[in-house]
Write a protein that binds this ligand. Structure first.
Ligand SMILES: Nc1ncnc2c1ncn2[C@@H]1O[C@H](COP(=O)(O)OP(=O)(O)OP(=O)(O)O)[C@@H](O)[C@H]1O
Ligand SMILES: [Mg+2]
Length: 586
């Protein structure tokens, strides 16, 4: 009874119903079958894992061939894919070494027939049958058959004995055919495994197709996005920038990865908190486009149009900003009127001032130091000279068109500016640190104008340190760092960093306004930065500011580099017309 039960139990466990004599033979057969099935499953599993959505057909086949060879002997593998109602031979592989375990796939044959288009009427009858009947097709006596196409003739000439064709299906639609050809015979047992391989391959190929489709659409959108010459930004509900186009990257002169994720108010205005009112919030609240003209932290005036974006479920997704740089237009109105006025005033004041300064100098020479008039005349002379300086600044507005532009080495400009101001700086016991980038490319500019900008920035830095030391209880040594740097093919920059009093966030937008000054009457005209900005803009550049009240400021003069011109545009002497130093009207 027990023995009988044991026999039933073993039969149930192993699935072998036989006498004891053939039991072990059967068991061995069963084990090798199970091992083979496990291996098949493992191969299918490996195959699925090894295929990435971004792979080409060729890469996919290169991946699966060695895995298939572990179990099946074949010499040629063909992949046909249906594209726009046409069956296209995507890849053909010849297996170099018919050692089934380590055969290496070659792309030689592939190069001859890859992308061979097989239009409806040219499809071999076997391929057609596999597609229409939609089931694996095994041809064992291929060698003896009459070739139905040039391709089949070629296969026979290569000594192919049998072929197997397995349709590839995705979403109930035939998407292609996988063909294996062998110089030896395939057997029926290979078909279920090959069908499973084909099923997995179909899923992977469909994923690859979908990925390519999405990628293509993404690429089209990105190209459109980048082609827009005005600024485009997409901002989420948390005021974070998620996308920018090329124009925006160039405008902010940061790398894309540094812009993405930044808060819009920090990037646009250098603020630490959101704007009040906030344009993005207004747009989302009203579900209407909004417009704002504002001066950003780069002192550029932007016309900003904001458009709301929603998900399919109608929940707010963020805001798209479309911004146009209208600085030149806005500033030109301001500068033209200021320039015209300055030119007139300066012209009228110049002659009487020359007389005031000249005559007071003559009088000083004749007045003894002990005379009560000496100090009065000295004051007349120094005030007259100060007025001359103001006039000189005003003339910079009106006379900019006299500038000529040539190739300028900003390091040399910095050196010259330092030779003029370093005495004043060091006299105030301020340390000066100079870090000049050795291989700075030249810029197209006006050396005198740029020198004036650097001097203005250096003197402001000195004054800011002086203000801080004066205000603080204990003496602290100040430091001014002057640095040159380059962003290849984009711009060169001069940074002037001080450890002075810094500027309030609310005052930063005003520092470039003409006549804005926090210095005592008689100390500053408030024209230094507006003149400097005018010069920077005349060079297609700008001045960037970063400041922490009580800690210090960084003013950066940014001058764009000319885009490199293609060689073939060059003239006979290797210099293109546009590359030559030129006179630029400002
Ligand atoms: N490095 C700096 N640190 C702190 N504040 C600064 C700095 N540079 C400029 N400022 C602020 O900006 C104001 C305007 O500067 P700007 O150079 O235009 O005029 P100014 O220095 O006051 O007068 P001047 O015409 O003599 O240059 C300054 O009065 C000062 O308040
Ligand atoms: Mg100044």
């Amino acid at each position: 009874m027990v023995i009988a039960n044991k026999k039933v139990l073993i039969e149930k466990l192993t699935g072998i119903h036989s006498s004891k004599k053939s039991y072990y033979v059967e068991l061995k057969k069963k084990i090798s079958e199970i091992t083979r099935q496990n291996l098949q499953l493992e191969i299918i599993n490996q195959l699925t894992k090894s295929i990435g959505v971004d792979m080409t057909f060729k890469q996919i086949l290169e991946n699966i061939i060695p895995k298939l060879q572990v179990l099946i002997s074949f010499d040629i593998l063909n992949l046909y894919i249906i594209e726009q109602d046409r069956l296209v031979n995507q890849s053909t592989f010849l297996v170099e070494n018919n050692n089934h375990k380590h055969g290496k796939a070659l792309a030689k044959y592939n190069q001859q027939v890859e992308h061979l288009e097989i239009k409806g009427q040219q499809i071999s009858p076997t391929l057609k049958k596999a597609i229409t009947e939609n089931k694996p097709l095994l041809r064992r006596s291929f060698k003896q058959e009459k070739p139905a196409s040039a391709e089949e003739e070629e296969l026979q000439a290569m000594g192919i004995a049998s072929t197997v064709l397995i349709p590839l299906m995705a979403k109930n639609k035939t998407i292609g055919v996988l063909e294996l050809a062998s110089k030896t015979d395939f057997n029926d047992g290979d078909l279920p495994f090959l069908s499973q391989v084909a099923d997995q391959l179909s899923v992977c190929l469909e994923n690859v197709r979908l990925y390519k489709e999405v990628w293509q659409h993404k690429h089209e959108w990105e190209t459109t996005f980048s082609a827009v010459t005005d600024l485009l930004m997409f901002i989420n509900n948390n005021h974070e920038i998620l996308r920018v186009n090329r124009a925006a990257i160039e405008f902010f002169t940061h790398r894309e990865e540094d812009i993405l994720g930044q808060k819009c108010y920090r990037l646009l205005y250098g603020r630490e908190t959101k704007c009040n009112p906030c344009l993005a919030e207004q747009v989302i609240k009203t579900n209407q486009t909004a417009y704002l003209q504002s001066r950003t932290r780069f002192h550029r005036v932007l016309d900003i149009f904001a458009y709301p974006a929603y998900t399919e479920q109608n929940t707010p997704l963020g805001v798209t900003y479309y911004a146009k740089d209208v600085t030149r237009f806005v500033d030109s109105i301001k500068f033209v009127s200021l320039g015209e006025m300055s030119a007139g005033v300066a012209h009228e004041l110049n002659s009487p001032l020359t007389a005031i300064v000249g005559n007071s100098q003559l009088l000083l020479r004749e007045t003894p130091l002990s005379s009560p008039h000496y100090q009065l005349i000295k004051d007349i002379k120094s005030c007259g000279m100060r007025c001359q300086r103001i006039i000189q600044n005003l003339l910079t507005f009106s006379r900019q068109d006299e500038y000529s532009f040539e190739e300028v080495d900003l390091n040399q400009v910095v050196e010259r500016a330092l030779s003029l101001v370093s005495y004043q700086i060091e006299k105030n016991k301020i340390e000066l640190s100079k870090k000049l980038y050795a291989s700075l490319p030249p810029v197209l500019g006006n050396a005198q104008g740029l020198e004036q900008v650097i001097i203005n920035l250096m003197l402001n830095a000195k004054d800011a340190i002086y203000t801080k030391t004066k205000e603080s209880d204990h003496y602290r040594k100040g430091l001014i760092t002057i640095k040159t740097r380059v962003q290849p093919e984009k711009f060169v920059a001069v940074d002037i960093i001080d450890t002075g009093c810094g500027i309030d966030t609310s005052s930063i937008p005003h520092v470039f306004n003409p006549f804005y000054t926090t210095k005592r009457a008689g100390q500053g005209t408030g024209l230094g930065l507006s003149v400097s900005l005018g010069i920077a803009q005349a060079h297609r550049g700008f001045i960037d500011v970063d400041s922490v009240p009580g800690k210090g400021s960084r003013f950066s003069l940014i001058i764009p580099l000319d885009e490199p011109k293609p060689d073939r545009e060059d003239g006979p002497n290797g210099q293109s017309e546009e590359n030559r130093p030129q006179e630029v009207k400002l």
